[in-house]
Design a protein around this ligand. Sequence first.
Ligand SMILES: [Zn+2]
Length: 204
Amino acid sequence: MGYPVASKLALPLDSYKKPSWKFKQKTFYYGVDWGVHMGEDVNAPAWTKVKCIGRGKVVYSALHVGTKKKRNWGNIIIIAHKNPRTKKTFFSLYGHLQKPRVKKGDKVELGEVIGLVGKKNTPQNGWWPEHLHFGIYIGPWKGKVLPGYWKKGQKRTRISHWKAPSKFIASYARYICSIYKNRLTSFAKPCFLAAFGNRAHSRY
Ligand SMILES: [Zn+2]
């Protein structure tokens, strides 16, 4: 598929706090068993800018309102990216946004603001507290919205189709750097240091 190549990734919030609901955590909220969480929930005040994690193309942007009793995504955006090393497509998913700033078909860049964190208990954020749900999906794309949770017996998704988001971004930097580290191009050194830290400094 001809999705844009993401040579570099970054987290979607400037202040990416420790997730309140972690990846693969079993989630109970107000007596509802949601299942296994397929992303990270990061608390952030309403109107916080949500940025695209890397160059890509918007494949889904829609409002899933839900109700106070049956919470949902609110505004959700899904962006497709191509990994330059494996040539495989992966997707970043951003849920509970106040206002999407991009629409299906738009090309987006790393760091581009794609929406804002939704205000709590509104249709826009799907009736949740103020947070971003951020997911990384590596499964097949069928053009339909993806779930935020997995439950035994349901066929909407598989656990193996999801990656731990912040770990995925950290390791992406490392293996993309590994393509260049032996070539000693002008950006190899800063890139390598960013991935491995000062312990690598003595090698240069
Ligand atoms: Zn979530």
